[in-house]
Design a protein around this ligand. Sequence first.
Ligand code: COA
Length: 173
Amino acid sequence: MPPTTSYFLKSPRLAFRTWTLADAPLAISLWGNLEVTRTLGGPFSESRILQRLAREIADQLTFKLQYWPVFLRTNNEFAGCCGIRPYKLEDQMFELGYHFLPQFWGKGLATEAAQAAVSYAFDALGLAILYAGHHPGNLVSKHILEKLGFRFLRDEIYPPTGHLNPLYSLARP
Ligand SMILES: CC(C)(COP(=O)(O)OP(=O)(O)OC[C@H]1O[C@@H](n2cnc3c(N)ncnc32)[C@H](O)[C@@H]1OP(=O)(O)O)[C@@H](O)C(=O)NCCC(=O)NCCS
């Protein structure tokens, strides 16, 4: 059971908190899921997933942001992650992302979570512009970004996968 008192952000159906080292089982359930990581460069070994968890925790300490773990407000069930992470720090670029467990797909949860994370990034963190990308075949992610108001900028190599991905941006309103 996650510590519900530590939720720092809520949307109608979801609550966000930050990752801790005790969340290794949740991280493995998400980033060890082949359907989730199919277009993210997976499959990932357990040690790689734990490295990713450590990096998320470090990002929160350094930048006050990460791909936060997200839980259903009705029963505190872990659903996935959504948030912001450094993309190209030398250019002060931060990217939006969302990874949900397959049983939660198709319910509008990623869109809802992304809307909350974007508002938090602009209003609470004071970011002026957000970036996002997706695997060229991930039309669901493309659709979500366009619904959120992101605009296509250019295709560029995405460092985590080495693939040419479309890059989008959204400026603070
Ligand atoms: C991508 C992902 C987050 C989507 O989550 P989700 O909760 O199912 O997304 P939502 O329900 O909020 O929105 C899906 C939208 O895509 C639409 N959609 C579904 N299939 C589609 C397709 N083949 N082409 C285009 N749009 C499609 C849905 O109709 C919905 O749009 P609508 O609300 O306007 O009807 C989820 O599939 C996932 O975690 N995948 C693995 C990780 C990943 O690829 N993350 C994205 C890269 S950061």
